[in-house]
Design a protein around this ligand. Structure first.
Ligand code: PAZ
Length: 340
């Protein structure tokens, strides 16, 4: 076993503890063949999904913003697409009800800040109204003063902290582009469109960081009622499996980009096996494995090379994303060196 452990250590030291180990990520021929059959099937399912579910009405306008954000950059600038928050599943076409998931967007918002600090430009593809970079650390107002019925200003608990956050935001705001989604369909359309654009204009300097919690199931168009489901009969909801998009992402949409997916489980017994299986099946660069209950204190990175790096931040004195993004920046540098 060859494992790297990056641990947050006491404040007196500025260096994380590093140990190494490695797990086998190489595949047998049978595994590759069986994975390839799955992939051919998944391509068909992806195409069918995009034929069935149209993009959001704002798609063209958002993609025009993405193109101009990417094009006005210098030739060494790195970019990252950060996905953040959960996707919702509409149950009706004129949607009153939907299925949602737990994701708050904290991981994506915090990671965005550290990518900016590391010199990346960030496309922040986030669930509308989820946790936002910078704003996430602004304490709630102590008191809001009103003037003629209008909330005129807020008195903060810690104005020095707020000022520091606003200064950091002012420094970075030209380097971040916000694109929002709500439904699974909106999210997957943007993932495809933005990653293709990154691949075309940025090549290996692009990274895709898939922190969003994407629904594994959805209601197919053919099964979706037009109007609100009535409450006089018990509803039957038939869910279809969402096509796995990481393989098309890694092989067709953005084959040059450095692609980091996340694997979330609740059962620690299956987490590492699932992470390694994802790498073998989708052939991308890195899986960040985390458990629901410990996601803020432990994340294990599994690389396509077989290296494993565990990041521990038990004290939570700073965000675990600070260590995660430092690690990924270095792995992305090695990837750039290998592909230059
Ligand atoms: O959004 P959040 O900060 O509450 O949670 C982050 C997370 C657990 C959604 C993310 O780290 C993650 O694992 N995303 C992928 C989830 C999945 O397997 O679909």
């Amino acid at each position: 076993q060859h494992q790297t452990t990056l641990s947050k250590i006491p404040a007196t030291s500025s260096k994380p503890i590093v140990q190494h180990s490695s797990a086998s990520a190489s595949s047998t021929t049978a595994e590759v063949m069986s994975a390839d059959n799955i992939k051919t099937e998944e391509f068909k399912l992806c195409d069918a999904f995009f034929k069935e579910i149209p993009p959001h009405a704002d798609y063209d306008e958002s993609m025009a913003r993405v193109k101009s954000f990417i094009q006005n950059s210098n030739p060494v600038q790195r970019f990252v697409l950060v996905t953040s928050g959960g996707t919702l599943i509409p149950l009706e076409r004129l949607m009153v009800r939907y299925i949602d998931n737990f994701s708050t967007g904290s991981r994506g918002a915090a990671s965005t800040e550290y990518f900016l600090e590391a010199g990346y430009k960030v496309i922040f593809l986030h669930r509308a109204k989820s946790i936002q970079p910078f704003a996430r650390n602004i304490p709630p107002p102590l008191e809001t003063l009103e003037w003629e019925g209008v909330a005129a200003w807020a008195v903060s608990r810690d104005s020095a902290k707020v000022r520091r956050i606003l200064e950091r935001y002012a420094k970075h705001k030209a380097s971040i582009l916000y694109v929002s989604f709500e439904s699974l369909g909106d999210y997957l359309w943007y993932l495809k469109g933005i990653s293709c654009e990154l691949n075309k204009s940025i090549g290996h300097r692009g990274m895709v960081y898939l922190a969003a919690a994407v629904s594994d199931f959805y209601v197919p168009s053919s099964e979706m009622p037009e109007h609100k489901i009535q409450s006089d009969t018990k509803p039957t909801i038939n869910l279809a499996l969402t096509p796995k998009m990481i393989y098309p992402l890694a092989t067709i949409w953005a084959p040059k980009a450095y692609i980091v997916s996340f694997k979330l489980e609740t059962d620690s017994e299956i987490l590492m096996e699932k992470a390694q299986k994802a790498l073998k099946t989708y052939r991308h660069n890195m899986v960040a494995a985390n458990l629901l209950t410990t996601r803020k204190t432990t994340v294990t990175f599994v690389e396509s090379t077989g290296k494993v790096a565990r990041i521990d931040n038990p004290e939570e004195t700073s965000d675990i994303e600070l260590l995660m993004i430092g690690f990924l920046r270095d792995r992305h540098s090695a990837y750039l060196d290998a592909n230059s």
